[in-house]
Design a protein around this ligand. Sequence first.
Ligand code: SAM
Ligand code: SF4
Ligand code: F3S
Length: 455
Amino acid sequence: MKKLFIKTFGCQMNDYDASRMVDLLRSSHGYHRVEDPEQADLVVFNTCHIREKAEEKLFSELGRLHKMVRTARIAQGRSAEPAAIFAVGGCVAQATGQEIFRRAPFVQLVFGPQTYHRLPTLLTRLEQGGGPICDVAIAPESKFDLLPLQEKTGAAASVTVQEGCNKFCAFCVVPFTRGQEWSRPVDAILAEVAGLVQQGAVEIQLLGQNVNAYQGMDKSGLPHDLPLLIRRVALLPGVERIRFVTSHPADMTDDLVELFADLPQLCPYLHLPIQSGSNRILARMGRGHTVEAYLEWIRRLRQASPEIAIASDFIVGFPGETEADFQETLQLVEQVSFDHAYSFCFSSRPGTQAEQMGEHLPAEVSSARLAILQERLNAHQWLNNQKRVGRTEAVLVEGSAKKGSGELSGRTPEFRRVNFPGEQHWIGHIVPVQITEGLPNSLRGQIARTAAVVP
Ligand code: SAM
Ligand code: SF4
Ligand code: F3S
């Protein structure tokens, strides 16, 4: 059986794509996924273009792995020729295309996020000696119609419902790498979810770059926005939890807020990136909303669902960001007390409006601001974790805890990670766990034996 090693970078949509490539290549060419690249006949890098560092890392990692795989093949007594096939997909591939062959001449195949469904044909062409191949043309056909049924990877599964982005925030490459905003038809989504539930998934995460801008149709021609789509997913038997990610503040609606109060399956967790606490910077970023509008959505969300966990993203050091702008970001952090956040130094990306703006900040200024911001974000996350101590949380057990010790690991509805001692047969079930400790990045607990729901 042929062996496939995939390394994926970037967002959850890239993770989703990587798992779909595995499904696809299993059914077309009999590949199965391995964790050890030294065993691989095909090595795929599924790349991310969002920040410059990731791109630099890609080429050094590609070179390192190529050497390692070649040496291992010779040591295993397999001939170095034909060598393992190296392929690069994802957003860097989409943005740079043929340039990848120049920087890594051993790469034989380059494909994009909208062409990976053509992998079987491309591989066959390669096997027949037709390489190297670069296929990054945005496909006229829907890739989703051409993918095999998704194989479940755990109790929590993801389904892409919306792709691409039309917002063109001044700093961001996504509209260039993923293309125009496009929503999958409702019935295709429901069929994929039903297939996952049949294989044992109990939590479904709906994915999109701007998932709350979802606008799809069902087969009767009825338009669905995200709240209606979520209601339809919740009607499928076996769906116990629903999440969706990532939402844009400018696409928030009252219907979506109400859903947190109304729909028991919808987890009280919302990832709502704000990027900056300064209206001046938000306008320069082209985000299309103010700090006040953002705070108003947070107020309504907490009114609808008092326990809701709020996560966000921040960029510091955007061109023209003054110390006063940065102080406004810190103020916002104190005001909202986020449960979780990702934060980054601004990275100038090719083709974006921000690249052309003046007033780029020295790297030391951005890094110093990032350190201060992260200290505050971490402090709030820890504080909010500590507030859970003494409560009993419904934890979906996803698997064994990473650091050995025979413990289990799962998530609360608010997406907090919980590690606790337990039995392997609880994996895949929702069990009650009493929280005993709130750590900076996770919770610790013990099973609440009084409850009768432990399988
Ligand atoms: N669509 C989402 C939104 O509008 O919030 C975010 C998508 S992007 C894949 C994820 C995060 O990467 C962004 O929220 C932003 O914080 C960060 N990001 C995007 N472009 C960046 C850049 N040029 N420099 C630094 N961080 C960036
Ligand atoms: Fe990028 Fe902005 Fe689109 Fe998010 S909304 S993907 S940050 S352009
Ligand atoms: Fe990166 Fe592409 Fe996702 S640029 S963040 S992998 S959409």
